[in-house]
Ligand binder design. Structure first.
Ligand code: DQA
Length: 149
């Protein structure tokens, strides 16, 4: 079985560390990627880490994941609250999907309380800052190791 995990990031997450640091913290997405790579190596996972501001690119990566990946960690950014297309793509993926939000979306504006992606996600992490990514990767490693035995 593949031990490749995808970590996908949606719009504006390229500005992590610069935009609204009181909400999203001061770590950059490059810092998050570096942390994920270190952890993935410990967990014996290969990693593809992507960010895009374009919905179709995220959908294309999910389609690619269908062919090669054992699990997906996804922070869809604002597409969380709007994108039936990303939900449909994730519904076509068979492995575990963990949804991550850096901020606690439930403590914020009402429009952030609904997630299309949560209709598919096997787990949701919100409000744990960028640590949520590592926890999500640990969960993917756990679920896929269990599936392999
Ligand atoms: C976010 C929360 C979303 O509501 C927001 O649009 C983002 C980031 C988070 O990580 O907390 O861009 O997904």
């Amino acid at each position: 079985m593949s031990r490749l995990a995808f970590v996908l990031n949606g719009p504006n997450l390229n500005l992590l560390g610069k935009r609204q640091p009181h909400i999203y913290g001061s770590e950059t997405l490059a810092d998050v990627e570096a942390d994920c790579r270190t952890l993935a190596a410990d967990l014996c996972l290969d990693l593809r880490f992507h960010q895009s501001n374009r919905e179709y690119e995220i959908i294309d990566w999910i389609h690619e994941a269908r062919e090669v990946a054992c699990g997906i960690v996804i922070n869809p950014g604002a597409f969380t609250h709007t994108s039936v297309a990303i939900l449909d793509a994730l519904n076509a993926f068979d492995g575990p999907v963990i949804e991550v939000h850096i901020s606690n979306v439930h403590k914020r504006e009402a429009f952030r309380h609904h997630s299309y992606v949560s209709l598919r996600a096997d787990g949701v992490i919100a409000g744990l800052g960028t640590q949520g990514y590592g926890l999500a990767l640990r969960r993917i490693a756990h679920l896929t190791a269990a599936a392999a035995t």
